[in-house]
Design a protein around this ligand. Sequence first.
Ligand code: SAM
Length: 336
Amino acid sequence: MEATIVSDDLKHYPVLLKEIISVITPQHGGTFIDCTFGQGGYSKEILKYKNTKVLSLDRDAESKKKAQQIEKKYPERFHFKNLRFSKLNNLKLKNENIKGIVFDLGYSFVQIKDPNKGLSFNSSGELNMMMGLNEFSANDVINKLEKKELEKIIKNFGDESDAKKISRNIVKFREKKKINTQDLVSIIERSKRKKNSKIHSATKTFQALRIFVNKEISELIYGLINSVKILKKDGVLAVVTFHSLEDKIVKYFFKDLSENKSISRYEPKIEQKKLSFLMPQKKPIIPSDKEIRENQPSRSAKLRYIIKNNDSYEIETDVVKKFSNFLEIENYGSKL
Ligand SMILES: C[S@@+](CC[C@H](N)C(=O)[O-])C[C@H]1O[C@@H](n2cnc3c(N)ncnc32)[C@H](O)[C@@H]1O
């Protein structure tokens, strides 16, 4: 997610920071995992509480510089790893007293503004969109995948109604010339039947490509699954999302772990599963008007959280099956 710039310095606003702290309660101590370190806004705030330890992850190696400054200040209590959060299970954490895991999904303002990353449709040059530790770039996707696959990506991850026409025009264009960022923007503009005055014509397609290039759906699903295993009793999993697809997955997963499926009285009785989590509030927490005024991009943020009620490592969920269509689409990347 983006933060706002104030002055020439890249000023970062951690979204819903007060609210995150109030749900993970670091004043009680314990180990906290900040899965999306970024500029370290959440990590720094947690470390202000004396009995805490923080392990932070970020897939973007650029975050390391900021992390090194924090490591100097808290050499005993802070540790950073350049790792994708779906790989949380590669870390030996079973014996840690993990009391909170936080995700602040998306991109930092610094990343959006980085011309080398090419995340925005205002970028110039070769298509890229890689956040870090990627297997392929947007350039590979646009110039190599088949028409039908491009259409599915743009439709499913961007909710773009003109996905068919856009992908047809991409394939036509690349027969003559390799497509760069600005070529893609003009292909999309030419393909759109109706222009939406509120958002740029390329917004949805670029969102779809960023999700696909960074495998954001697989990252989120496996990040969540690995998190709930390692949390200790009373530990909190808190996730801030920025678009409806992310929020839909988090909402489903949290419900799946904290509620039994309702069955009609006409259906045969099935054994209800043991619930390991509690969801104190069904509605997401959203930024105050004041926060939105100070940091416009926070307007689409939604914070959801669940609390674990035992120390079990085995957690039953069907989230992979539920979103298998999205995971299958992300798998098109395996041939690149
Ligand atoms: C919105 S920023 C986080 C900002 C942070 N909360 C702060 O206060 O500075 C999101 C960060 O998550 C990182 N990120 C996104 N997906 C990731 C993944 N799958 N694994 C690890 N880091 C990821 C991005 O590189 C980015 O730095």
